[in-house]
Write a protein that binds this ligand. Sequence first.
Ligand SMILES: C[S@@+](CC[C@H](N)C(=O)[O-])C[C@H]1O[C@@H](n2cnc3c(N)ncnc32)[C@H](O)[C@@H]1O
Length: 291
Amino acid sequence: MAAYFPYRSIRERKQTNDYIIRLEKKIEAFSQGQQLIQEELKQLSVLNGSSYLPFNRKISDEAAHSIAEYWSDRLSIEIQSNEIRYLERRAIYIEGTLFGRVATTSTDIVIRSLLAQSIIQQGRRFELLEIGTLFGLGSSMIYDSLISKNIDCNLTLIDPLDGYYGGNALDPITGLIASEKLLHRNFNKLSIPREEIILHKGLSTDKEIVEATHSDYDLILIDGDHSYEGIKSDYELYAGKVRTGGIILIDDYQHSSVWPGVKRYTDETIRFDERFEFIGAQSRTAAFRRL
Ligand SMILES: C[S@@+](CC[C@H](N)C(=O)[O-])C[C@H]1O[C@@H](n2cnc3c(N)ncnc32)[C@H](O)[C@@H]1O
């Protein structure tokens, strides 16, 4: 009999059953919690755009470590992982708040911001020139990283702003049309004052635009025409416009399967330009300092 009834009393049997019921309730509550966490995670991936963007938004621990190590060494500064996480978070916030998207990875945004911050000169207004602006998000993020360090900044932006590479074409990812109106809406959303934005609507090769830019930029980002001829003419026209100690950044340097001309021109010509020293290249960004 005892073999079929392993309880010493009815009371003990009831206690055991009650215990099992309590355990089952705990398991149920736990799996409900698990479901809630999974829902939250889904929300997060929507908020950081990873559900539709082709570029990473979340920087892995390994990548964050590699950014800190690589650029601390190249820039002779101590970069903390918290700084990387802060810039990553601001980038996700800015992209979530503004219209459109930034056309690169969070890793590149962080690298560009760190490079910009590394050449801050206290008391000097930072002059940033970007060739190829699209929705203005990349430049906004660098701007944001500078003003967070109490550095005033002017943004000089060159782009025809008539859709994705012209013809009022829709941006293939967001379905929006890059335009001057949208750009200013974006800057308003980030409370960037109009007087800090100099917009040259047109191509970087337009004579009047070249003439309208000065020769004292702290940072120039070449991110417009990614063909060999495009990067060549941008470099020839604008490299001399970086101040001594300033930096020129080449976008999509390490993305040669899509834009082979960028890497070829950089390796064949820019790396041998005696006016500049190569600082480093990581993810898609290559950086050179004006001597
Ligand atoms: C890759 S997107 C720029 C992305 C932007 N920098 C960002 O951070 O999101 C390239 C932009 O360059 C523009 N563009 C192409 N050729 C150009 C040129 N020669 N001068 C200025 N802009 C150009 C395109 O219309 C497009 O808006």
